[in-house]
Design a binder for this molecule. Structure first.
Ligand code: PLP
Length: 388
């Protein structure tokens, strides 16, 4: 008999992991299938549906037959509305050819790391960090160099970063407002990052996915700081701001050195985002009805409600300044192993959370809870915490 050998996957794919958050999602689904009631604080999505004016723009685009190939970098009306928004809101003044439309923030980040890192290059990032970043770095053959968020608050930012720089340092990844900590970096801290980047000729990948969810302080775009545009790749997404997680659309802003490369990667990976989705995104960004201002208080009141409930139940925490997560220290109430703490909380109260350790070793002993939820869900969670 002839021996049959099976084909193998490309070796570099071994560098990619599979999100632990997906494992938790599957666990929650399993539980729900048994009929159990689950209070879902593990997610990472806006609690509101996509607003009607965006859905209407999509319907109009379909009716007008905007259904053919578009320029792979993005349709002109969208690029124009992004350019106006960047200037007015982010103080980033760019030409149209310094903007590219991507399939969400995730794709923008993938392209950004692929454009910058050679094998062996180091990326400095603050930890706990959004889990996929580690894989995006590894997939380029890059190395993550973690700085605990605790050090960021405590010391001199410039010194904190400079002490991690080696001859292989290439990129600083900055996510503010941050997932999972909810931290928002101040202008002074951003200036310190910019100074280190300029002194050491580093590229900054600025992940501004949560730019519209800031409750205390204000959002500062690194690319708006003096001399930073040529060395910053800024990744934006419509997912969180406009409740458009499933639409898969975002955009990246960069100067020409990187933009030329980004264009090639976008062309060769997706050849552009779905055309009608781009028309809907143009309507979202051009909106002047105050949608973003209206939703912010909704998030803030949910944050305050959950923070109070946690404190009442012995999970000491203060209100995070941005995004829609609380990274709760669970060590006193549930022990130091965050996977066990997640399981215990889930089985005793039905509250689903994400173990902090999936966001890096600095997250161990913590649980990430999302307050982007209906008020009734947060009330149920607080009730559950009381029974612990
Ligand atoms: N960056 C951060 C920090 C995130 O938390 C997310 C999503 O959760 C993204 C980027 C990417 O979002 P999307 O791919 O939905 O645009």
């Amino acid at each position: 008999m002839t021996q049959i050998t099976l084909p193998a996957a490309a070796e570099r794919t071994a560098l990619l992991g599979f999100s632990d958050i997906v494992k938790i999602r599957n666990r929650v689904l399993e539980l729900k299938q048994t009929g159990a009631k689950v209070i879902q604080l593990e997610g990472g999505e806006p609690f509101l549906p996509t607003p009607d004016f965006i859905k209407d723009a999509m319907k109009k685009a379909l009716d007008e037959n905007h259904t053919r190939y578009a320029p792979s970098s993005g349709i002109v009306p969208l690029i124009e509305s992004i350019r106006a928004k960047l200037s007015a809101k982010n103080s980033i003044d760019v030409q149209k050819d310094q903007i590219i439309v991507t399939s969400g923030g995730m794709h923008g980040l993938f392209c950004a790391f692929q454009s910058t890192l050679n094998p062996g290059d180091e990326t400095i990032l603050f930890s706990p960090y959004w889990t996929p970043i580690k894989d995006l770095i590894r997939y380029c053959g890059g190395v993550s160099v973690r700085i605990p968020w605790d050090e960021v608050g405590a010391g001199d930012m410039h010194q904190t970063i400079a002490s991690r720089i080696t001859p292989r340092t290439k990129v600083i990844y900055v996510n503010s407002p941050a997932n999972p900590t909810g931290k928002v970096l101040s202008r002074k801290q951003m200036e310190a990052i910019a100074n280190v980047a300029i002194e050491h000729n580093l590229t900054v990948i600025a992940d501004e996915a949560y730019e519209d969810l800031v409750y205390d302080g204000s959002h500062v775009s690194l690319a708006s700081l003096p001399d930073m545009l040529p060395r910053t790749i800024t990744v934006f997404t419509l997912s969180k701001s406009y409740s458009m997680t499933g639409w898969r659309i975002g955009y990246v802003v960069a100067d020409r050195t990187f933009m030329d490369v980004l264009r090639k990667i976008v062309l060769n990976s997706i050849n552009g985002v779905s055309t009608p989705t781009q028309w809907a995104a143009a309507a979202a960004i051009a909106d002047d009805s105050g949608y973003l201002k209206r939703v912010l208080p909704e998030y803030r009141s949910r944050r305050d409600l959950l923070v109070n409930g946690l404190n009442e139940s012995g999970f000491a925490c203060s209100p995070p300044a941005g995004a829609f997560y609380i990274l709760v220290d669970a060590r006193q109430r549930l022990g130091g192993d965050s996977w066990k703490a997640m399981e215990e909380l889930l089985s005793r109260t039905g509250i689903a959370t994400v173990p902090g350790v999936v966001f890096g070793p600095e997250g161990e002993g913590h649980l990430r809870m999302s307050y982007s939820n209906p008020m009734a869900t947060i009330d149920a969670a607080i009730e559950g915490l009381r029974t612990l």
